[in-house]
Design a protein around this ligand. Sequence first.
Ligand code: F6P
Length: 316
Amino acid sequence: MTKKIGILTSGGDSPGMNNIIYNIVKNCINNNYNIYGIYDGYKGLYLNKIKLLNNYNFINIKNKGGTFLGSSRFPELKNYKIRKKIIKNIKNKIDILIVIGGEGSYIGAKKLTDMNLPCITIPGTIDNDINNTDYTIGHYSAIENIMKSIDKIENTIKSHKRISIIEVMGRKCGKLAILSAISCSCDFVIIPEIPFIKKKLFKKLKKNNKKYSIIIITENIYNIKKLSKEIEEKTKKETRYTSLSYIQRGADPISIDRILSKKISYFIIKLIKKNKLGISIEIKKNKLTYSKLNDNNIININNNNFIKKWFNIINK
Ligand code: F6P
């Protein structure tokens, strides 16, 4: 019997999602599977927004940022009755569900797998905050964009010997901030994993007294407008703040995310053929692997020696 596979993107969009969908559709067609796109994430699954993608024309979207399937946050999925309705909706329509997303998407996939809709998750979030995988698709594309934005800001900040605070995303994970700070040799980084000590920041800015300075901060830690004012008062230097917001997330995928998307698509078809379901795809030491979907492979925010090491080097 022909396999019926559904695919959805969930949570924040991430560069590379379109590449994954495109490549999976191609591979499904080559294997005579039916592949169904679910529009707007789990919400679309609930509302029955499901279309066969076998004849879809991908020409203009396959290497673009965002997700053409659309995405959503759907906290209602926690509700057992909602999930029950989903299972009823897709009965006889979809046998296997591929979910591309981050933490919330994984939790949903685990719950649906437990209700006999076997899911396969693919790590797709700019935050790179999922346990058991070194990498999540879109992370380096976001960093590339942050880096380009910092370079531009630096040209101006340097000209005026000012201080710049640049806010990046990442939710509870400081990897976007740390890696951007490394790639642009920034002067200070503030991340969720390690308490922010203002005194240390002022000390570092004082050390940098004759120059300009760039501070990278993860969202939701400290109000950047307030921080900018406090820095001006303390240093008597003009200070500007910028929140990069969707400029970092909406990027087109760079090569690493395109290549991994393609590799993952082939890997997934191989696993489906072997009936390996209820699993999460992982990228470890540059190799693709998988493990059973469970509550442990969901979020990874602590215990990261890399983050701690570079936090100390940057802020010294
Ligand atoms: O998870 C990806 C992410 O971009 C986070 O870094 C950020 O906290 C969140 O999504 C923002 O969500 P939204 O775009 O829905 O406001």
